[in-house]
Design a protein around this ligand. Sequence first.
Ligand code: ATP
Ligand code: MG
Length: 433
Amino acid sequence: MRFRLVLIVVAVYLAVTLLSVVTISYQARTDVVREVESALSQTALMLDGLPLTQKRIADLSGLAPRHVDILPQGGRPPVGSTQADTPAWFIDLIGFHAEPLPERRVRTADGSEVRLLPNSRDEIAEVWDSIVQLVALFSIACAVTLLVLMLALKRAQSQLRSLVRSVERGTKQGIGLKLAQYDEPEVKRLADHFERIGSELEAEQADNQRLTDALMQLQEEERAELARELHDNLGQYITGVQATAALIEVCCADPQKTLEAARRIQRDCSEIHAGFRQLINSLHPVVLTELGLSDALKSLVQRWQENTSILCVLSVDDELPTLSIDSATHIYRMTQEALTNCARHSGANRVTVSLNASRKRLSLAVVDNGSGLAPGTRFGIGLRSIHQRARALGGAVSLESTLDKGLSLVIDLPCDGQVQSQLQSQRQENLSA
Ligand SMILES: Nc1ncnc2c1ncn2[C@@H]1O[C@H](COP(=O)(O)OP(=O)(O)OP(=O)(O)O)[C@@H](O)[C@H]1O
Ligand SMILES: [Mg+2]
């Protein structure tokens, strides 16, 4: 990066210098000719008709105006001048040598001639000096710019390095980011941004920890519930069957008692069967694979209504896209969770559950007419799991709550054609099994 920056600065200065040199040289080509021509004309006008003798002309040569050499008849032009400092290529560039200006002649009082020779030496040397000064000036400016840039860069880089070190240390130790104060505005902004991300990450981690704890507790509660159900309910019926079977052994001679015992065994067995179905269903909605999502939702809503005595209206589109069993399970569980919340928190007397499909989207809405979300409500496992499931399906959840008017929970999901065909084959497999 440093090298590239140096290269850019030098290139810019070089381009500007080159452009200035070319402009000055180009302008000088016409200026020099104009200056010398005007000097020649002025000198010719000045000398014309003056009573000059050869001797006086020799004196005048020493006082010759710039750009003009005054020579008496037969005199030789001067050699060696400031032009010697000016490189030949530059004189060629100005183009004076290629097209030399013609000399002028003036007649003196004694009848001889005075030669006026054009002299561009001083003028070209002046232009050359200006160019040398300009290049020197630009070189100094370029060096100063580079120096200032390097210093600023060094400072910013050292702050950036320190920032990276602090961020690396913070993330390695898993602690919140507390970064030093930086005075470079960009580095400061970056540090603030990292600190913000760090604290968000910390909050997220704490949240995740809380969620994991709650999930583990829930798992324990579910296991305890399962054990209680198996022991208190099903275990009790199995003990009953065992006892009745033992009774048959004792009174098998009495047909009436045997008949009664057989009936009791039948009754207990159907209770065990019903208990098992309920237990299995609470562990996994078997009804989904047996009946499909639409009927599974109907059965869920019906049971919920019976248990809560809250009116629940279900509306499911006639033509739903076929979904994978995973997607259907997520939708079923989200509905179940939303209904549980309505029963536990809303105080509603009417709930609507609708599942609508458009071309490429599926929308599940659970709307109640209860209390709505209280201000400052924090999400528990229920709403989080709804969000998590929606995200797993590539969808999103929106909650609209109006105090004392109710809560509307809408889950918008994409439908995937590939998933549909998977499910079709899965359902066909289930049917053939
Ligand atoms: N339909 C609703 N009407 C009013 N408030 C609701 C409704 N649904 C949820 N809430 C509020 O949102 C909070 C969070 O709900 P969430 O389901 O995430 O957790 P929870 O039901 O309290 O506990 P759990 O983790 O067992 O589900 C609830 O405590 C409740 O205050
Ligand atoms: Mg809940």
